[in-house]
Design a protein around this ligand. Structure first.
Ligand code: NDP
Length: 246
């Protein structure tokens, strides 16, 4: 028996990067795992194959997080497939970057919808199915707390919304024994932020440890929060950023 045996999880954006690492690690710990994707069907199916190879049940769901109905349906599909839902991980994300003056309203709305509204909608739908021991974990960013360079005001705004949401929801759901937490990665090597990208050296220079994190570094913290060992942690925003915000 591993520490998440018998639990069922939903990870948004679980086909690549941090979400894929979270999905696989949850499965390794014993959970059945559903993942959503927007465009990357083939990659999501590769992750599904790995979940199944671990002997768990898995499910791939096409659901654009910018579409609130699709997010609600994804929660319903996961519940239908597994008969329960214990762990929700709001991970799907985008990285709008560029001059403040050039950010369109459309990009503003889409970014806020993917990062903030989808987390709200998914938590609202998922929490209806959760009992004591339920877990809601969102992936924010260390840029939601500190912004060391220009070009990311929209991204920072959308991620800082998750701090307030996490605190409020921890109060809303605490009575039911459901914990709500935020994991805030710093520079983490994925398609979104390659460790050899243009700004990678500047990002490394901001850290205390001098290197990027891996997707699995983030997954390790998420899986800890998902387990019984974290039953006393709620309303927390946890930096996993190599000391960049220290
Ligand atoms: P990637 O770009 O590597 O992966 C993004 C994931 O999100 C993919 O699975 C993608 O699915 C999914 N996704 C994107 N848009 C949507 C959408 N509209 N609906 C559903 N799924 C979507 O990024 P990371 O793995 O690096 O990022 C994961 C999370 O971590 C994000 O929230 C990001 O903001 C956050 N983060 C990342 C940092 C980093 O340095 N990498 C630092 C701080 C925070 P698909 O394959 O279908 O496109």
């Amino acid at each position: 028996m591993t520490h998440l045996s018998g639990k069922a999880a939903l990870v948004t954006g679980g086909g690549r990067g941090i979400g894929a690492a979270i999905a696989k690690r949850l499965a390794r710990e014993g959970a059945d795992v559903a993942i959503t994707y927007a465009k990357g069907k083939a990659q999501a199916e590769d992750v599904l194959a790995e979940i199944k190879a671990l002997g768990r049940r898995g499910l791939v769901i096409a659901a654009d997080s910018a579409d609130a109905d699709a997010v609600r349906k994804a929660v319903a599909e996961a519940v239908k497939a597994f008969g329960r839902l214990d762990i929700l991980v709001n991970n799907a994300g985008v990285f709008p970057y560029g001059p403040f003056e050039e950010v369109s309203l459309e990009e503003f709305d889409r970014t806020m919808a993917i990062h903030a509204r989808a987390a709200f909608v998914a938590a609202q739908a998922a929490s209806q199915h959760m009992g004591k021991g339920g877990r809601i974990i969102s992936i924010g960013s260390n840029l939601g707390e500190r912004v060391p360079h220009p070009g990311v005001s929209l991204y920072a705004m959308s991620k800082s919304a998750l701090i307030g949401f996490t605190r409020g929801l921890a109060r809303d759901l605490g009575e039911r024994g459901i914990t709500v937490n935020l994991v805030q990665p710093g520079s983490t090597a994925t398609d979104m932020n390659p460790a050899e990208g243009e700004s990678a050296d500047a990002q490394r220079a901001l850290t205390a440890l001098g290197h990027y994190g891996s997707a699995d570094d983030i997954a390790a913290t998420v899986v800890h929060l998902a387990g019984e060992g974290a039953r006393q942690i709620t309303g927390a925003a946890i930096l996993v950023d190599g000391g960049a915000n220290a």
